[in-house]
Write a protein that binds this ligand. Structure first.
Ligand SMILES: C[S@@+](CC[C@H](N)C(=O)[O-])C[C@H]1O[C@@H](n2cnc3c(N)ncnc32)[C@H](O)[C@@H]1O
Length: 218
């Protein structure tokens, strides 16, 4: 089996709206291929399913399940007036963002409904009830201070020994982008002593759990 994205699924990933450059998606796919036989993958921040297609492609190849958590109401930076707003994902009746429909279409078109399971809700609420060790945790949710801090506190300890914590939009240089994923997820993960960096592509950082086990507080 090759570790590159199957070409049919790469086409679906390219076509989906979202925020996952192809080289970073390829890394996500590769680390999911490596880990999925050890347990489920969980993504925080689904949006329209672009990154979930890279993760789901690995599940189609080796088996396993990808959970993807999002309230589908958009992050701060997706709201009207902000840089990443897209009027095509606003529910006209409610006047609120709703990316769930686009996500379902993209996953169905890609044929990944068996592999990718949407969990619709606040990341903090889902995390508070979560009890399952994760072979790979990919954090790409709200990029403000509060959601970044909460995602680290709520999810990172569920990565199993040898599993990966992947973090998107990590910018050590403030000139390149916002600080919270770097300051409130990446640095605390390294400072905990539980994780060691193993791969970098663009703004995607991959850390491996090298101390402790799933569920142990960091
Ligand atoms: C940067 S986008 C995710 C991009 C996606 N991974 C992709 O490949 O295109 C961030 C997503 O996180 C979600 N989000 C932000 N804060 C959240 C929270 N507290 N709980 C659940 N989802 C949240 C937003 O609704 C948004 O869809």
């Amino acid at each position: 089996m090759t570790d590159t994205m199957p070409s049919d699924l790469l086409d679906h990933a390219r076509a989906a709206k979202g925020f996952m450059p192809e080289d970073e998606g390829a890394l996500l796919h590769r680390i999911a291929l490596e880990r999925l036989t050890h347990g489920p993958v969980l993504e925080v921040g689904t949006y329209c399913g672009k990154s979930a297609i890279y993760l789901g492609a690995a599940a189609r190849q080796v088996g396993g399940t990808v959970f993807t958590v999002d309230h589908h109401r958009g992050s701060e930076e997706n709201q009207a007036g902000w840089e990443h707003h897209d009027t095509s994902v606003v529910d006209p009746e409610l006047g609120l963002m709703d990316t769930l429909g686009q996500f379902r279409k993209n996953i169905a078109r890609a044929g990944l409904e068996e592999q990718v399971v949407a969990v619709v809700g606040q990341s903090t609420t889902v995390a508070a009830h979560w009890r399952t060790p994760l072979s790979l945790l990919f954090i790409d949710g709200g990029h403000g201070e509060e959601p970044a801090r909460a995602d680290f506190a709520g999810w990172a300890h569920w990565v199993e020994a040898g599993g990966y914590l992947a973090i998107h939009d990590v910018f050590p240089d403030p000139a390149d982008g916002g600080r919270p994923p770097y300051e409130l997820i990446y640095l605390p993960a390294l400072a905990s002593g539980a994780f060691t960096e193993v791969a970098v592509t663009g703004s995607l950082r991959v850390l491996q759990r090298t101390q402790g086990s799933a569920g142990d507080r960091l």
